[in-house]
Ligand binder design. Structure first.
Ligand code: HEM
Length: 396
């Protein structure tokens, strides 16, 4: 079965278990790629970035297939490290916590104030979507008021990346015109031009001034950077906040535990990441023949590395289906591992922590509204709910 099929999307974990039972690394003719589903094999691939290349790991779509589009996520060393280092200091735990904690808490409280007067709490629209998009726009230095446009653009890209087939080899690439995304590119081009003229204390300005081997980035290169941050920082964090709240709603005893021991908050965030990974998997391509978990991989083969399946490998996590905030584990692979480990992990963790703390502090009796049916977003790599409408009672 195709791992991107709708039926799998609705309920992926039994499928992953079935594939893993057949073997930790199995060829899938539907997508012409190996499915890597055991924890050990996923870790082995992610740690060996020389054998398993990231070129085209997140492939497809006009935004990412353009030759001038340098996205660190799709690059190998040394280019990957050069690009990553340009933005890394903006995302260290120190910078994120010191600069953004108060702002994220303020935004969260503004969003939840507005919920208090409503009949139902629409988790995605009221909180999980607007919070990350506003924060990443402010970090980058673009107008957060345009967040509805950003959402449209980042949804469009999320749908375009990944096709229901393995990535083409790097040299055999279909080049499409990135300006198909229209207003997004126009807006970013204008912003980049503006910061060249009027520098500010923001990430766009920093990228505009940055150099790699004595060369400034072109406008297009700066723009691709911004697009990556917008997309990577949005839908993923939205999905995480939605999943964490779903975990609590479906496991009310865990809410009680959280109230008694607020220090369990990090455990809650880590367990939500493990329990339903916001990015289910990305691709790698073998640069040489290799043995992986006893299977012979040939040079040029594509591999779909399923973080979500690794997180539910019973050999690594006992009773993986249980949502257990006291599990005390941070070694899930939902942020990847190795040289491409998520640049925004500190930020995502902080946003989720604050969002959950404030929701737990304000609301009680959270449960889905009558006739609510879960529906999952139709994007190849990401997993998250379309909507999540909850009844609530205000805590006194
Ligand atoms: C819960 C939220 C998030 C999840 C689950 C997540 C997941 C991931 C994963 C799995 C990777 C590794 C890709 C690979 O190995 O090929 C990655 C990379 C990346 N993420 Fe995140 N991410 C999240 C939030 C964010 C945020 C908020 C940002 C904002 C800056 C961000 C920026 C990036 C970037 C720039 C990369 C590429 C890093 C590199 O190639 O060196 N992510 N993310």
């Amino acid at each position: 079965m195709n791992p991107f099929a709708r039926e799998v999307k609705a309920c992926p974990y039994p499928y992953y278990a079935q594939v893993r039972n057949e073997g930790p690394v199995r060829w899938n003719p539907e997508i012409n790629a190996w499915l890597v589903t055991s924890y050990d094999a996923v870790v082995a691939v992610l740690r060996d970035h020389v054998t398993f290349s990231s070129k085209n790991s997140v492939f497809g779509g006009p935004a990412l297939d353009h030759p001038e589009f340098p996205s660190m996520i799709n690059e190998d060393e040394p280019k990957h490290r050069q690009l990553r280092s340009l933005a890394a200091s903006a995302f260290t735990p120190k910078t994120i916590d010191a600069l953004w904690e108060p702002r994220i808490r303020m935004l969260t409280n503004e969003l939840l104030d507005a919920v208090e007067g409503k009949a139902a709490f629409e988790v995605i629209a009221d909180l999980a979507f607007p919070l990350p998009v506003t924060v990443i726009a402010e970090i980058i230095g673009v107008e957060s008021e345009r967040f509805v446009d950003f959402k449209g653009w980042s949804d469009e890209i999320a749908k375009q990346i990944g096709r229901y087939d393995a990535p083409p080899p790097p040299d055999d690439y279909e080049i499409t015109e990135p300006r198909d995304l229209g207003p997004l590119f126009e807006y970013f081009v204008a912003t980049v031009a503006d910061r060249r003229e009027n520098p500010r204390d923001d990430l766009v300005t920093r990228l505009v001034r940055a150099e790699i081997e004595g060369q400034r980035l072109t406008d297009f290169e700066v723009m691709s950077f911004l697009v990556l941050l917008m997309v990577a920082g949005n839908e993923t964090t939205t999905n995480l906040i939605g999943t964490a709240i779903r975990g609590l709603v479906t496991h009310p005893a865990q809410v009680a535990a959280m109230r008694e021991r607020p220090e369990l908050i990090s455990g809650l965030v880590e367990e939500a990441l493990r329990w339903d990974a916001p990015i289910q998997g990305f691709y790698r391509r073998a640069t040489r023949d290799a043995d992986l978990a006893g299977v012979s991989i040939r040079q040029g083969d594509a591999l779909l590395v399923l973080y979500a399946a690794a997180n539910w490998d019973p050999a690594a996590f006992g009773c993986p289906e249980d949502f257990e905030i006291e599990r005390g584990r941070r070694d899930h692979v939902s942020f990847g591992l190795g040289n491409h480990f998520c640049l925004g992990a500190n930020l995502a963790r902080l946003e989720a922590r604050i969002a959950l703390q404030e929701v737990i502090r304000r609301f009680d009796d959270l449960r889905p509204i009558d006739d609510f049916e879960e529906s999952w977003r139709d994007t190849p790599f990401f997993r998250g709910m379309e909507e999540y409408s909850l009844h609530f009672r205000l805590r006194s």
